[in-house]
Each structure stands twice: as structure tokens, then as C-alpha cells.
Design a protein around this ligand. Sequence first.
Ligand code: FAD
Length: 434
Amino acid sequence: MADVIVIGGGAAGMLAAFSAAESGNRVTLLEKNEKLGKKIYITGKGRCNLTNACDFDAFLSHVTENPRFLYSALRGFSNWDICSLLESHGCPVKTERGDRVFPASNHASDVTKALERALREAGVAIRLGCEVREIRKEPEGGFQLRCRPFEGTGRKEAEVRRKKRGAGSSEEMVFQADAVIVCTGGLSYPTTGSTGDGYRFAEAFGLSCKTPCPSLVPLTVAEGDYQELQGLSLKNVAVSVTPLRAPEQVLYEEQGEMLFAHFGLSGPLILKASAILARQLAEGERFVLSIDLKPALSPEKLDERILRDFSEAKNMNIGNALGKLLPSALRPVILRRAGIGPDRKVHDITKEERHRLAKTIKAFAFTITGTRGFGEAVITKGGVEVSQINPKTMEAKAVPGLFFAGEVLDIDAFTGGFNLQLAWSTGYAAGRYV
Ligand SMILES: Cc1cc2nc3c(=O)[nH]c(=O)nc-3n(C[C@H](O)[C@H](O)[C@H](O)COP(=O)(O)OP(=O)(O)OC[C@H]3O[C@@H](n4cnc5c(N)ncnc54)[C@H](O)[C@@H]3O)c2cc1C
């Protein structure tokens, strides 16, 4: 029986600890927060979109970084496996639109409760409030972990925690283990405990990490007129993205929902675009994102539609005449972009101006200048480079006994329950082979 330590009690860590214990090891799970799965509570807007029920090939097509690396882990512990593990521990699940799977109760907390039950039954020892600071390889084999009570993210929090613990309890704690599984997550939403510690641990063992950058994150834009549109949500629009330096090269095309925020663009279409652009944006590349506000109408059909609206409102201001076609917040912005004054009378509008208007509606474009920060990013792109990790076992090839699983690795996927599944599957693989 080996002594295994799992660092991080998120999705990957809980599965790693569970499968390591099920495989007959003595397992201790160290988590710096006061509870397990702090991030899980906020997933899926508090409902936890815990996996996606699509088939294997479709699943892999939603993985944006290193899908081939994940082949074995996803086969070894699939989307069905996490559902049956949760169901057998008191958390029935249901599948919604887009094959998204949620707990039947709609409460993310039920996912964590079920996993806690599984951990207890498997005999995992859980240490909360325990922050791992350093991992050292022992000369005679195995590892030593140096930990301290977690001080929290702010000064006030640290004071409260210190008081709670009482005097004299701030000493370092030392743990010994035959093997260590690092499941410390990435850098996104750092208040949940994911502060990039795993990258530091990896680098201390000579492993390289791909520079982390925020992904599934809102985008910032150069044009100021988004500010007039704050709060406006658009449904059934089409978005396409091209590099600023190569307008003919379409990198992303998708139809759906987006919204204008106080800082730029957000919503499902934009988050998905960010997963494709994040790395290049971080490296300084710029893109043009063009919104087709009427994707169901060809340019000719749109012109016919505008003509029809105009014929019913010949003496109106053009701003008002567009009432049926565009939301009110959009009208002044679109007219300005088309170079048409909002108070012009419809009967005054030339054919050329009308065509310019249609063109602007079909290609309402913004220059993407960057992403928002890790504090608003659903996931971190980058992390421990997977070429150094055995894809079947998650063990570092150069450091026997040291394993990595979950978001700390350079793996990520689109939204839809895929990212949690990557954490469940890689965590399970690490625990199974530890
Ligand atoms: C707002 C939001 C919504 C999301 N919604 C979804 C969704 O609905 N579906 C989906 O599939 N994905 C979703 N995700 C992504 C998903 O939550 C992550 O991909 C997943 O949680 C990663 O799991 P992990 O275990 O690798 O890392 P984490 O969940 O980040 O867990 C890492 C754990 O390690 C602990 N830790 C870190 N360093 C140390 C240390 N030194 N010592 C001890 N403990 C340490 C942390 O406290 C933390 O508990 C969402 C993410 C966010 C931010």
C-alpha cells in the first residue's frame, strides 16, 4: 500500500484521490480552502454543467488544446462514468439542450456532496485549510511536502483565519508520500484557490509550462461605440473573426448569442471566440470581429426588407423607420457607422446610403485588442506541457511518482461541460495509475 498525496480538492483532485484510494492506496487530500470544490459551486451559474453527453468524437472536437493527449484518459473515465459515480452517491443527473449534463436538483453543491461521500467511503483523509508550499524529492525515494495553514487571499481574511486557529498553530506541516498528484488548477478565478501554484511545483522539478493566458473570457475592443450598447444582448447573430493583417483568413464563424458589456464584448459567441484567439491575443496579434446582425437575410433580401420598411415610413426620421429591424440602442450606432444622420427623412435617403446601411448591418465590425483578465476567465489556456506527461497515467516522464491532472495541464475545451470532464478524466487516470 503506497502513501499518496493529492494536492488540490477541486474536480481533478477529488477524482484523483477517489481513484487512488479505490486502487488500494493510503490517500491524503490536501486543500488550502476551508471546503472542497470551491470552484465547482460557481460552475454553470451555480448549477454545474458537469459534463457533456455527446459521443467520443464529438467530445474531442470540442477540446481546443491537445485533444490527442486526452484520448486515453477520456476513454478510461468517460462522461458516462462521472454520471454513474455521482448517481451512485446520491446525485441524480439530467441532460439538457446541447447535451449539457447537470445535477437533477440544479444545485452544484450536490455534485460536491456526492463526491465527498465517495471520498469518505473510499477512506480518503481530507486536510482542509492546508496550503502546500513546496514539494521535494527525497534522496532515498518518495517526496516531502511542506505546508502551512492557508492565510486566504486578503489581509483581513488572514487575520480572521489566524484568530480562528488560535495562537501557535501557524507552524509548518510536513507530509511524506510515495507519490504526489498535483491538481492545483490554473489561474482563473483566483479567489477560488487556483493561483497557479502547480506551475511553480512543475518548474521546480525542471518541467516546462506553456505561458498561461485567460480563455473563455470577454474580449476588449478598440472602437468606443460599444459603450453606448452596454447591456444590449443580441440573439441569432452571426460572428466571424479574421486577423487584422489577413482579412481573407476566417478563423471563427458561429451563430448564436452575444452581449455588450461595460468593457467590451461578452456572451457565449464571444467566449467561444476567445478560446480560439486567446493565445495570439496574448502575443499581441489583433483581430477584426464582424457581427452580421441579420444572418437569415442575404444582402439582397435585406435591401428588399429595408425598402419595404422605408415605403411604410417615407416621412419619418430614418432612426424611427428602422424600428422593426434593429433594437433602439443599435440604431444611432449603426447609422453613424453608415454615415447617415439619425434625423434624416426616409424619402431623403439615397440608394447608395441605403446600400451602406445594409452593409453595416451585415458587417458591424470591431477590432479585438485583447481579453479581460484571469479574474473573469472561465479557464486558463496553457500550463504544464503535455509532451512531458505520460498520457495514460498523467505521470511526469522525467519524475517518477509525480503526477499532474486537471487544469494545471495545458489542456482546455469550449464551454458545455467539457472542461470539468477533462478534470474528472485526467484526475481519475492519475489516481488509477499512481
Ligand atoms: C465561473 C466558472 C464557471 C465554470 N463553469 C463550468 C461548467 O459549467 N462546466 C465545466 O465543464 N467547466 C466549468 N468551468 C471550468 C471548470 O470549473 C474548471 O475547468 C475545473 O474546475 C478545473 O478543475 P481542477 O480541479 O483542475 O482545478 P480547480 O477547480 O481550480 O481546483 C484546484 C484546487 O486546488 C487548490 N489548490 C491550489 N493550490 C493549492 C496548494 N498550494 N495547496 C493546496 N491546495 C491548493 C485550490 O484551492 C482548488 O480547490 C467554470 C469555471 C469558472 C471559473
